[in-house]
Design a protein around this ligand. Structure first.
Ligand code: TA6
Length: 284
């Protein structure tokens, strides 16, 4: 019998409001805190998204794993929260609608802080055979709005030593492990043997995570994104992260889609940006 779609709002970890969503192909969880997708899984498959066993689920703190929404800035900002404030505010859950068995949830950011240019932000999460996300930001001010955005997705892998990322050959990147040195990717795939933290620039290409241990390929298609960030904290950095297990670096990789650094966006008054990502896994 076809499993009916079910959308339910209840209490998740830390008592935070959480939406559980079941479709005929997949199950998902989304916290209103940061409109944070923490789970997407198809029956018989490992979870698509990695979520740290040590993650906090507290107001004002980011969830470690899943898909953090990074906005309106990426990275540190003097005297302000790392990676902006979108991921630590409670978003409004506006509606859900179904289309051919897939369910789209619609969220809205509550309102811009008083000391910040006026904007509106909406986030659409579509759960079905794949997981699709869209972050729309509109400049509601009378002057240009300069912003960075990024869907900072954590993927579950079997073992990082048996993982490679394809699709970035030829792109320039800033190597954050080497003092932001500017490099050019000359390899067909990226492999991991140490802390890896690279901001690939002016690349609109899709990427793929090839996982030899889980015997699957995760494809990451994107629109409205010129930056791709690839990150694994490795051993030393993992040990410094209180909300991340010392060995969890082995079971995750971040491949993030957005517009950061020199790819930051400038929205004219009334202009809207759209960042779209579609995620799917297939057997190797
Ligand atoms: O996207 C990679 C990165 O910028 C890393 O430098 C690391 O800081 C990571 O984001 C996680 O940042 P967070 O603030 O979530 O600990």
């Amino acid at each position: 019998m076809e499993k009916s779609n079910r959308v339910s709002l209840g209490q998740g970890k830390g008592g935070l409001p959480k939406i559980d969503l079941h479709t005929e192909w997949s199950d998902a969880e989304i916290y209103l805190h940061g409109a944070h997708v923490t789970k997407f899984q198809r029956p018989g498959e490992p979870p698509l998204l990695f979520l740290s066993d040590e993650s906090l689920f507290e107001s004002g703190k980011p969830i470690r794993g899943g898909i953090p929404i990074i906005f309106p800035w990426f990275g540190p900002r003097e005297g302000k929260a790392m990676h902006g404030f979108a991921r630590t505010r409670e978003w409004k859950f506006l509606s859900h609608e179904e289309d051919n068995g897939a369910v789209t949830l619609r969220f809205a950011f509550p309102e811009a802080p008083d000391d910040f240019p006026k904007f509106t932000a909406e986030y659409f999460v579509t759960v079905g055979q794949t997981l699709a996300l869209e972050l729309k930001i509109t400049n509601q001010a009378n002057e240009n709005f300069v912003l960075e955005n990024c869907l900072h997705t954590y993927f579950t892998v079997g073992d990082i030593s048996a993982v490679s990322v394809a699709g970035l050959k030829g792109a320039e990147y800033l190597d954050k492990v080497d003092n932001f040195a500017r490099q050019k990717e000359t390899n067909d795939v990226i492999k991991f043997s140490g802390e890896t933290d690279r901001v690939y620039l002016a690349t609109e290409s899709a990427t793929e995570i090839r996982d030899e241990q889980l015997r699957r390929v995760i494809s990451i298609a994107k629109e409205g994104s010129r930056s791709t960030v690839v990150w694994n904290p490795w051993i030393a950095k993992a040990k410094t992260m209180a909300d991340f297990g010392d060995d969890e670096y082995r079971r995750m990789v971040c491949v993030e889609s957005g517009n950061v650094a020199e790819n930051k966006l400038t929205l004219a008054p009334g202009e809207t940006s759209s960042l779209k990502v579609r995620l799917r896994a297939r057997p190797l």
